[in-house]
Design a protein around this ligand. Structure first.
Ligand code: PBG
Length: 327
């Protein structure tokens, strides 16, 4: 059928019709809220480059998580900023570390909320890299042992899902094996499988105080132009035992999300990162964009590209809009 018999505008005429033919949905079920936890009590430090995001001490984190749970958001992902940093990132795998403390408090006080932990060393190392540095570069295999210790320590403290974000080769396999050996065979791994070396992580590094003190992360995170390689990274992580795979960042990599979903049909997460948050916040503050509208448009685009779940600093805002009948 062609014009004038076929008129696509007929089905766009009013909101009821548009609702009936809407092909992609965003639900509160798709949202995961990232949170930053710091030592101390009654600490609430705003992150300058991420308006509305704060580093929280465990007491305030618990309050925040109660609110998130009340909004119907199923899960949060925790990032810890330790008291002290050292070259081996020992705060990451200390059973009394900041994320471990937060996990125990949350599991007791907000038991209905699922808690994912980011498994990486960059927030815990004094040099800010995601692993052990040998001769000026991150040593892959030496880092694996530490990541395993970190994942186990999180699992013991009550993590529901562990999410390795370091991009070391082989880490999913060794973490899976260790979890299984220690009686945590029920804990899923959400692997940051295709994580690109991105300028869009800038604001996160303020929030997590994890900016590399020398060099950059290009020897372990992926080169932005590479799509086939992203599929290989995802394949490896699935073969090593990942239950959920992630593409990160989201907006500039929608093609990767699409190809990963088409190729593997696996549970797929997208990380709508700090820079994607900051640019909308900045434009909205200037009156250049309608924040509520572009947030929903962005999130539905990430869903349309194939993501089942979206890690986003807009999770609470989106949940509120959805509760009001937004889409
Ligand atoms: C690394 C990690 C990073 C993010 C999540 N996990 C930063 C990095 O690789 O530098 C970035 C998230 C964001 O920008 O919102 N542990």
């Amino acid at each position: 059928m062609e014009f004038p018999e076929y008129r696509p505008r007929r089905l766009r005429k009013n909101e009821n019709l548009r609702r009936m033919v809407r092909a992609t949905r965003l639900s509160v079920d798709n949202l995961i809220m990232p949170l930053f936890v710091v030592p101390g009590a009654r600490v609430r430090n705003p992150v300058a480059s991420m308006p509305g995001v704060e580093q929280l001490s465990v007491d305030y984190l618990v309050d925040e998580c109660k609110g998130i749970h009340d909004l119907g958001i199923p899960a949060v992902i925790l990032f810890g900023i330790p008291e002290n940093k050292d070259p081996a990132g020992s705060g990451a795998y200390n059973d009394h570390g900041i994320v471990q403390q937060a996990l125990r408090a949350l599991k007791k006080q907000v038991p209905g909320l699922l808690v994912i932990t980011d498994v990486c060393l960059c927030e815990y190392t004094d040099h800010g890299h995601c692993g052990v540095v040998v001769d000026g570069d991150v040593d892959n295999d030496a880092t694996l042992d530490l990541l395993v210790k970190e994942a186990l320590s999180h699992a013991k403290a009550g993590a529901d899902i562990v999410a390795p974000s370091d991009m070391m080769d082989g880490r999913v396999g060794v973490i899976r094996e260790a979890l299984d050996e220690e009686g945590f065979d029920h804990i899923p791994i959400m692997a940051y499988a295709a994580k690109f070396a991105s300028g869009f992580y800038g604001p996160f590094r303020d929030a997590a105080e994890s900016t590399p003190q020398f060099g950059d992360r290009r020897s372990y995170q992926m080169d932005p132009p590479n799509a086939d390689e992203a599929l290989r990274e995802v394949r490896l992580d699935i073969e090593e035992g990942a239950d959920i795979v992630m593409v990160k960042p989201a907006l500039p990599y929608l093609d990767i999300l699409w190809r990963v979903k088409e190729t593997f049909g696996y549970p797929l997460a997208a990380y709508n990162v700090s820079g994607e948050y900051a640019m909308i916040k900045a434009a909205a503050r200037n009156g250049w964009l309608d924040e509520e509208r572009v947030v929903m448009e962005m999130l539905i685009a990430i869903r349309r590209a194939g993501a089942d779940m979206i890690l986003t600093y807009f999770a609470k805002d989106a949940a509120r809009q959805l509760a009001r009948g937004g889409r």
